[in-house]
Design a protein around this ligand. Structure first.
Ligand code: FSO
Ligand code: SF4
Length: 541
């Protein structure tokens, strides 16, 4: 196996077993799934050029890409099932094209688009091992940008999936997915073609985040500033981890009046701010820290636990029997709920002791674009009056590797006349600290999940409009932490929007070659994080 798609990649790439727990068979099957999707994309892209689309194929691409995101699917059987389905959809895409074309394709057909005969899981694993990231003998810089695009697509696929659960989709996302995956098979394309596609991938992620924002806010209302309880309520308990709000809503409905309290974990924290979710009195509070602490924290959760997206880690035996996954999230031997019937989770929670009453501290969430822009005048006045000197967006993923203390230190050292905007699970490095307020405006504003980078962009654009300048001229700095592929998608969106001077950490991606890094530095002045003290000094002058 070889995988270097996330920040914790061992020594430039995991080659024996994933640091995340991904085994070589699953790695090979995921590589084969991506290879299969490239083959589907070759035909689907051509069929689209002839005006033919297919919803089953489009949805499969989203599910397939999301499946290969870090910490989503660890089950060889489930990934193999998707590869088999992909094989039949590749044939379907080819026949759709041929029918529209009135005959076979006249040009050269790449190997990936020809399909394969392997079917058993063992055969698929063997085949996948031959179609890994290193199997293409192509220019290292081209490969680097191709991988950036692929990871960006994996990232927005997660968001497109959540939107689709709510019944929202956008054909532009599918069209680009086919075009970009097919492009990776096209040997006539050069480095700058792929750079262009990478920027377009950033635009498509913006389109996807907007789609999801609309799906969420139309369904549950605009988030409002909301205190979230970190303590516990007496009663049975279910912990929900992940990003999917619609799944949480359904679980809230099904547990109403059953004496079960629902707690959020990790990226579900911002759910408390949505009127359509906070109206449930048994949405009780937030439990634990960011994803990488789950193994030590879940031991202490006396109820059922369910993951509706990444990031799942190898479960300890002590809580494995009360752990569930939902939808595309899979761990071998952990019960998966496919659909919206949560009876097994509810029964498990009822059989477990639950919590005693133990109130704790409260933290605030719910500062989406609607809430922040609702007080925009106040914010703008505070900037003009010199009460707010600078905004720092300290956001992104948390993770286990060392070097992430930087983000805590940075937040702690941000001067009192500056505001911190935050999003995604990296916030757990500092969201329980007290930052106070500036004339009633909290100094720490939790914008939401990683996909709420959309909100951050709306806020930045509105501020730029109010001050009649570009986003790069605003007193606003982006201090980002990355871990998995959604962060790659968001980074591409920021680059697509022309955002400069981003500081990225805790380490730079292993899939970026020195030449590609130079390109990013020259065009966007993107740079690695240094020390909190040094970076703050440099930014604030
Ligand atoms: Fe964190 Fe995991 Fe949202 Fe990522 S939970 S690391 S950026 O999945 O998706 O922020
Ligand atoms: Fe390694 Fe990350 Fe790939 Fe897992 S996802 S195998 S940790 S690079």
């Amino acid at each position: 196996m070889f995988c270097f798609q996330c920040e914790q990649a061992a020594n430039g790439g995991c080659s024996k077993v994933g640091v995340c727990g991904k085994q070589p068979d699953v790695a090979a099957l995921q590589d084969l799934l991506v290879y299969t999707m490239k083959g589907i994309a070759f035909w689907a892209d051509k069929a689209r050029a002839k005006g033919v689309k297919d919803a089953e194929i489009d949805h499969f691409m989203i599910d397939g890409l999301f499946t290969t995101v870090t910490n989503v699917d660890f089950s060889p059987e489930e990934v193999a099932k998707l590869v088999r389905k992909g094989t039949t959809l590749r044939e379907k895409a080819q026949s759709l094209f041929e029918k529209a074309n009135g005959g076979a394709y006249a040009g050269a057909v790449p190997e990936a688009a020809k399909g394969f005969t392997a079917t058993t899981t063992a055969e698929l694993v063997a085949l996948g091992a031959a179609h890994g990231i290193k199997s293409d003998a192509i220019d290292a810089d081209v490969k680097s940008v191709q991988e950036i695009i692929t990871y960006g697509m994996k990232g927005y696929a997660a968001y497109a999936h959540h939107a689709l659960v709510i019944g929202r989709e956008n054909d532009e996302i599918y069209a680009f997915t086919h075009k970009a995956l097919a492009a990776t098979l096209d040997k006539s394309l050069g480095l700058m073609d792929f750079v262009g596609l990478a920027m377009e991938c950033g635009r498509i992620n913006l389109v996807t985040m907007e789609l999801l924002d609309k799906a969420n806010t139309d369904s549950f209302g605009h988030p409002v500033p909301t205190p979230v309880q970190l303590g516990t309520k007496a009663g049975k308990a279910i912990l929900v981890s992940g990003h999917d709000l619609r799944m949480l809503e359904e679980l809230l409905k099904q547990t109403e009046g059953k004496g079960i309290n629902i707690y959020t974990h990790g990226e579900m924290l911002p759910a408390h701010g949505y009127p359509g979710l906070k109206k449930y009195a048994h949405l009780a509070g937030n439990f634990g820290g960011a994803w990488q602490d789950q193994a030590k924290e879940f031991v202490n959760f006396p109820g059922a636990i369910i993951f509706n997206t990444n990031c799942i880690q190898r479960p300890a035996e002590s809580y494995k029997d009360r752990l569930f996954t939902w939808g595309l999230v899979q761990w071998p031997d952990v019960k998966n709920i496919n659909g919206m019937d949560f009876t097994p989770v509810i029964e498990k929670a009822l059989a477990l002791p639950g919590f005693e009453e133990n109130p704790g501290k409260e933290i605030l969430t719910g500062f989406g674009h609607n809430a922040v822009l609702g007080v925009a005048d106040k914010v703008i006045d505070a900037v003009k009056a010199g009460q707010i000197r600078h905004f720092f967006l300290i956001g992104g993923c948390d993770g286990a590797k060392s070097g992430r203390n930087y983000y805590t230190e940075f937040a702690e050292q941000v001067p009192n006349d500056c505001v911190i905007l935050t999003l995604a699970c990296g916030k757990y490095r500092f969201n329980k600290l007290d930052f106070g307020d500036i004339g009633g405006i909290p100094r720490l504003l939790d914008i939401g999940q990683c996909n709420d980078a959309y909100s951050a962009i709306q806020i930045a654009v509105a501020l730029a409009g109010a001050f009649n300048c570009g986003v790069n001229e605003l007193p606003l700095s982006f201090i980002l932490s990355w871990y998995e592929q959604k962060a790659v998608a968001i980074l591409l969106t920021l680059l697509h929007l022309g955002v400069k001077n981003i500081k990225l950490g805790p380490s730079l991606p292993a899939f970026i070659t020195p030449n590609v890094l130079n390109f990013l530095v020259e065009n966007f002045n993107i740079g690695p994080i240094g020390t909190a003290e040094g970076d703050l000094k440099q930014i604030l002058g």
